[in-house]
Design a protein. Structure first.
Length: 249
């Protein structure tokens, strides 16, 4: 909720009266929906047709209007942008919003307040707000902290954009919908295993994207051995279907 609250709290009166709209697979949408309810702003969230039912119910429960459109996030985003232009809503992009990133960045501040000696922070990447926020905080507080961003090999647009130093598109087929970004590891199976580990060992319910940081840390366990490592669990909104699938492994 951090990003949405920080952004919506600073909208102008005119922007609040227009209402806000966002495209999301669920987590960004919940953040915007919650913040909109908190500040009395109309919210519309555009989600893929196969969106996580639990996330959809949460957004609707917060008073947002949910519109289903497209087979994936990228198609939902295009429809969202069209609606924003057509109706004059204040479009809240899931990544290109400095106030959103600033709000999300507070998670890293809290981690470093709890454990100032962290040497590595591992963070999932969907749109990239979390990784951007963590990187900004790490650079400001302790430039020696290594930030590791995790993206699914099945949806690797952010990774390829970072590697090629330009915005690229890539196939978008990941199991973990919070990482499902087609525009800018054997991770799908590792993520599902990590979800089980989170339940068994940390007694924490994590969705696929939320467990990605643990999956990546396990994959890099030799490289990280002996270091103090922080993991960002970016969401616990898994569906019953996904939970059944991972518990059946």
């Amino acid at each position: 909720m951090r990003g949405g609250i920080n952004l919506v709290s600073q909208l102008s009166l005119e922007e609040r009266e227009r209402g806000v709209i966002a495209a999301s697979t669920g987590n960004h949408g919940q953040s915007v929906a919650y913040a909109a309810r908190l500040f009395g702003v109309k919210a519309i969230i555009v989600v893929p047709e196969n969106a996580n039912p639990g996330k959809v119910a949460a957004m609707q429960g917060m008073g947002a209007e949910v519109i289903f459109h497209g087979a994936n996030y990228d198609q939902s985003k295009l429809h969202c942008e069209m609606l924003a232009q057509e109706h004059g809503y204040r479009y809240i992009h899931s990544g290109n919003e400095p106030l959103l990133i600033a709000g999300v960045a507070t998670e890293a501040l809290e981690m470093l307040e709890e454990e100032p000696e962290l040497e590595v922070i591992v963070v999932p990447i969907g749109g990239g707000t979390g990784a951007a926020g963590v990187s900004i905080v790490a650079q400001a507080v302790n430039p020696h902290i290594q930030v590791i961003g995790v993206q699914s090999e099945a949806s690797r647009a952010a990774y390829e954009s970072w590697r090629q130093k330009r915005i690229v598109e890539a196939p978008n087929r990941t199991f973990a919908e919070g990482l499902a970004t087609g525009v800018a590891f054997e991770l799908p199976q590792k993520i599902m295993q990590a979800m089980v580990w989170m339940i068994e060992r940390a007694h924490t319910l994590a969705e696929g994207a939320g467990a990605a940081s643990l999956a990546a840390a396990y994959r890099m366990r030799d490289r990280l051995k002996g270091k103090k490592v922080g993991l960002i669990c970016s969401g616990g909104n898994t569906s019953l279907d996904h939970l059944k699938r991972v518990l059946a492994l």
